[in-house]
Design a binder for this molecule. Structure first.
Ligand SMILES: [Zn+2]
Length: 507
């Protein structure tokens, strides 16, 4: 077979010249090398003395940073097999951070290879680390398998309310820190193959040829995979089809029931007949969990009698003023517009008005709806978010809308219909670099490869059958999937992009 190798990121090749630096072997199985390419006393070489923290014995800032990378590589090295060493060219540098938004870091495969000896599928790109593993030889001498760059600025207090990275590896970050380990785990997974090589912006496949990820990216509207789509335009349209694009590989689908809860959150409309059906609901991260029985009632738009009366920001819980239509809301489901105040304030005001549940309507036209963030132990009623389009459809009804806020007990959370296939992250508007190359935000419990770090799980979980699906062998040793407890970052949403890792504040 002919062999073809294309640099994905040729511009980074220059850095390979600087590889005089010492590789740091990972102890577990020595299959990963974290190649420290920081130069001078910064990043991984920062000599600032520190105390050991959370199982990380490093005595300098640099040692602790490197220690986290090595731990993450060690976790993967125990779970996937390769006869060819996986080289992660790594550095920590000051990256963009201002106005409450920051690039946390990024990682990606260095090259892709196709039609090598041992390639499972012809005419299909494979991330170079996987291609090397499958072929058993170094297909692109001189190239690392992936690069990873994370920001040192996080330690400089550039994000309000965040003191810095947490370099412990015990899953126990104190408040005001961002735990580095699960984020490095997530990013390394991108470099190992959890990313397509297509451009969602224009639908163009890498060099016009499908990659292994696109062969499993299935659009249920088009009825075909991204690899099989005849035109770029079809892939552009597909990337925007929220809730309609899933990973159709049998291994991930078979394992999904072992990792995802039975019961997908829905706003189930029962009247009027014209709009009967299940609307996608993103649940709240606070208050009681949704259950199969759910809560039922008429959907009543909030009227707090002040400013934007539909935002529910004034009310019995926050300002001591009753809602204008408090009597109508009592015993029913309040519909509240997003904006101005926190989600928990809105829900508390509805709760104190007697509502049995709350649906927050997004205030921008987008999908999918994202989970409601916040913390408030006083919240005692269930709530969730729906899209602006769905909210407008509900508002446009002349007849009262009767609905149930609960779970669809026939479907695993985060899967498509009755296929059991795990949803991929299709978004409208497009989030370039992040769309499709993640699982959706809807799996529950959260999974590692979701796009938002404050939602994302810390368990390797479904990523393992994913890796086997694209061709990674499992090691001969008995597998023990590490269970890492995730502590959420209450007010922050970390948007992990395949091409850049962003942290944004949410209002
Ligand atoms: Zn990501």
């Amino acid at each position: 077979m002919n062999r073809s190798m294309q640099p994905v990121l040729a511009g980074v090749v220059a850095l390979v010249v600087a590889l005089a630096l010492m590789p740091s072997p990972v102890e577990a199985q020595a299959r990963f090398f974290i190649l420290n390419v920081n130069i001078g006393p910064t990043g991984f070489n920062d000599p600032t003395p520190v105390e050991p923290v959370g199982g990380n014995p490093g005595r300098t800032l640099g040692e602790q940073r490197l220690g986290v990378f090595e731990r993450a590589a060690g976790i993967w090295s125990a779970l996937i097999d390769s006869d060819v060493e996986i080289v992660v060219q790594s550095m920590m540098n000051p990256l963009f951070c201002e106005g409450g938004a920051a690039t946390l870091g990024t990682a990606a495969a260095f090259t892709a290879v196709r039609d090598f000896d041992g390639a499972p599928l012809a005419d299909t790109w494979y991330h170079v680390a996987l291609a090397r593993s499958l072929s058993g030889e170094d297909l692109s001498p001189g190239y690392p398998d992936m690069f990873a760059v994370f920001s040192t600025n996080i330690d400089n207090g550039c994000i309000p309310g965040i003191d810095g990275w947490y370099y412990g590896v015990d899953g126990n970050p104190p408040p005001g820190t961002i735990e580095l380990l699960p984020i490095v785990l997530h990013e390394l997974a991108h470099g190992l193959g959890f990313a397509n090589l297509a451009r969602e912006e224009d639908g163009v496949l890498f060099q016009g040829i499908p990659d292994i990820y696109t062969r499993f990216t299935f659009d249920h509207v088009a009825g075909q995979t991204w690899a099989d789509m005849a035109t770029n335009r079809e892939r552009v349209a597909s990337a925007l089809r929220c809730g309609q694009v899933s990973w159709n590989g049998p291994l991930v689908t078979a394992e999904a029931p072992n990792f995802l809860a039975l019961g997908a959150p829905v706003l189930s409309v029962e009247q009027p007949g014209a709009i009967v059906g299940d609307f996608t609901l993103a649940p709240a991260r606070f208050g009681p969990m949704l259950d199969a029985a759910g809560v039922s009632g008429t959907i009543v738009a909030a009227d707090d009698g002040n400013g934007t009366a539909s935002d529910g920001c004034e009310g019995p819980a926050t300002t001591g003023t009753p809602w204008v239509n408090g009597a109508a809301v009592a015993g029913n489901i309040a519909l509240i517009d997003r904006g101005t105040c926190s989600f928990t304030d809105k829900v508390r005001n509805a709760q104190d008005s007697g509502a049995v549940g709350v649906v927050v309507a997004d205030n921008v036209a987008s999908c999918p709806p994202f989970d409601l963030t916040g913390e408030d132990p006083e919240v005692a009623i269930p709530s969730g978010r729906i899209t602006l389009d769905d909210a407008n459809l509900i508002r446009s009804q002349v007849m009262p809308v009767e609905a149930r806020l609960g779970l669809d007990p026939t479907r695993l959370a985060g899967t498509f219909g009755d296929t059991g296939q795990v949803l991929l992250f299709a978004t409208d508007p497009l989030i370039p670099g992040s769309a499709i190359s993640h699982f959706d935000t809807s799996p529950f419990p959260d999974v590692l490869m979701e796009p938002f770090a404050n939602f994302a799980g810390r368990e390797v979980g479904l990523t393992l059958p994913f890796f086997r699906e694209i061709g990674w062998r499992r090691p001969l040793s008995v597998l023990e999937i590490p269970v890492l407890e995730w502590r959420g970052l209450a007010a922050l949403a970390l948007v992990l992009l395949a091409s850049g890792l962003w942290l944004v504040r949410r209002g």
